[in-house]
Design a protein around this ligand. Sequence first.
Ligand code: SF4
Ligand code: SF4
Length: 445
Amino acid sequence: MDSKKDVHPKEPGMKNTSSYNPKRSGMISRRQAIGTGTMGLASFAISDPVKTFMNWLASFAAPDTGVFKKDAPVGELWELWKKRGWVKEAYHYLKLGRNVQCKVCPNECLLEPDDRSHCRNKVNKDGALYTMAYGDPCTFHVDPVEKKPLLHFYPGMQTFSIATSGCGFRCLNCQNWEISQKKPEETKDPRGTSIRCTPQQLPFLRQEDIARMSMFPEDVVSMAQYTNCPAIAYTYSEPTCYFEYMYDTAKLARSRRLKNIWVSCGYIQQETLLDLCQYIDAAHIDLKSFSEDIYAKLNTGKLQPILDTIRTLRQKGIWFEVINLVIPTYTDNMSMIRQMCDWLVKYTGPDQPLHFSRFQPLHKLTQLPPTPTETLLRARETARNAGLQFVYIGNAPEIADGETTFCPGCKKAIIERDIFAIRSMNVSSGKCKFCGTKIAGVWQA
Ligand code: SF4
Ligand code: SF4
């Protein structure tokens, strides 16, 4: 997701309020983890150069949408993947004779035997659908909840954040493409000694172990508790595409009184979403534009399913915040932004937080400039004019009040932030301390 996700407008390296120090604890950072995962791929190439070369060629031949024909792992690699416990039969799919159809997201991948899904994580083996993204995260990190970003959900809370490879979109601007546009085998290596990431094992974990490491749902929950994180965030790539892993982890986390945060592009089937809604406490949804045409060109997706997701989350009473990345020439049209804001006011209400985020040139859009400050300010003004009460601007530290929460009653600044740090907090029991107006969100008592 990047943001989610993705939806990850604030990269590591920016100021972080986290008291948790990965170096001190021996934990490996997200960047290091991604790098190590890629090293795992390189070592595969040495052991089986012909197959790796064929897969590499196939990945270029594959269209930007659709499945990867006959690309499922076979032989030793598939057996090792199963032996690690990194394979699980999918939870939402149809059997159509020897073919299968995934029902997790609107891509509805239809796979013949040994095909691989569009998100790269699922394969048809002997007429059954399996995920290869189970218990094998390629990255994990402790992040403040503000980094998701969620600004009205337990401010200052730390989250244990995980991701596997894979995504059902192909966003030209993806800032996490090193993991979202990779197959599980390109980020993990099942050979060698089995290693489980648990609080007991953490002090002995080396950077090069990440690619071989397992972290099953019970391990994720233990790690969250060990790192004093009251919440687990499913984030960075697209968690919908590691649905089974997220679902099992979230279910267990709920039973241990941890919260679950889904950072997503929101591209999910309604039935699957309702299943997930049982266990998530908050979501961050990336509304990438308000145009089917732009969704098709920029993201290889569709707008309507995301709008359906937003309405369902609202109906289910799950707290969520929306982000919109303002990309020059793609999503910076103010009349489209106004339409999006009008829709949000109508279907989610004026108290729906909306985050505008600055685009940075990367992945396949390096020819574009970063979003000008002026454009971001105009977007905020447009949203406020539409009636939205909580409008934020991320990735733009020069806008001093970009992430300040203002009371819709007395208009005073009630939460001031310095990137992820909270500088002042004047919300108490969910109300403005100055005038008593109720502030939408989920707050500490
Ligand atoms: S490709 Fe996937 S992970 Fe990347 S920005 Fe798009 S939805 Fe997010
Ligand atoms: S989750 Fe993956 S396999 Fe399932 S429909 Fe979406 S892209 Fe296809």
